[in-house]
Write a protein that binds this ligand. Sequence first.
Ligand code: B12
Ligand code: SF4
Ligand code: SF4
Length: 227
Amino acid sequence: MNGPAAAALTEWLAAAGFLCLGGFNASDDIVLPPQTNGTPAQSLLLIGSTGPSVWPKLSTSPEAADGGADPLDRYTRRALTEIAAAEGLGVVFPFDGPPYHPFQQWAKRCGGFSQSPMGVLAHHEFGPWAGFRAAFLSGEHLKSEQGTGASGPCETCQDKPCINACPAGALSVETGYDVPKCRDHLSKSRDLDCWSGCLARRACPFGGEHRQTPDIARYHMERFAAL
Ligand code: B12
Ligand code: SF4
Ligand code: SF4
């Protein structure tokens, strides 16, 4: 997508609290899901949010007021389905599954992201604070693939302060993120600092201005703990 259509999409996404993190064309190594009408998708746009961007929109939404489960996912589904339909695009979501769509693989294909020792992908601009909210699918090829083409910051991050910041020793370069160790630590007390946001993520020197506020971080940690 290029020109005026791309500008309109950017505006609609921003008004709903989201942004486009990149895009790419289908290729031999990445087969995309079919569009809503069943025909093969030729390109994908990755839609995300960073830190608190979506929160002001969510907090005034019907989904936040109705007391139901998973307001963020339900708001995301409604808002992004409307935008995709207005643009004639298909849409898939990261929370539909299992089986889940490979959003992290897609983000790496967009460029700008690297695999961090925490499992999340880190980005030069957004650090470890980019959440993936949807992928828009088009039957047309993108004229130019959108994304930096470069890798994220982890490979050249010498000290990797995220690793030592974890009080549970749940992270290592060799073995990545030890989920049971992290869960054991969190289960000790609801007053632990980690409940206001993973200390390892907060130690990353990239993307500090996109960091989640403590209440948003707690929302995500509660959902993680419940899975
Ligand atoms: C299942 C899942 C988990 C499981 C992981 C179990 C496992 N070993 O697979 C659990 C519950 C542990 C988990 C935890 C978290 N997750 Co999670 N998770 C997912 C989910 C829904 C599906 C992953 C999957 O199976 N994909 C299918 C395969 C085929 O796709 P893939 O791209 O190849 O998958 C890669 C990931 O699975 C990754 N991976 C493997 N193990 C783990 C463990 C963790 C913690 C993560 C993040 C990734 C990861 O490696 C795969 C190869 O690249 C994705 C959404 C999605 N659809 O991708 C979010 C997702 C990966 N999670 C995400 C996040 C942010 C978290 C949390 C940080 C949530 C939080 N608290 O804020 C926590 C980590 C806890 C912490 N310390 O803060 C984000 C990552 C964003 C990013 N920038 O990379 C995603 C993309 C959700 C989103 N909407 O943005 N998660
Ligand atoms: S601290 Fe370094 S290794 Fe850890 S997530 Fe940030 S850039 Fe990647
Ligand atoms: S939430 Fe806490 S224990 Fe879990 S990985 Fe992050 S810093 Fe470590």
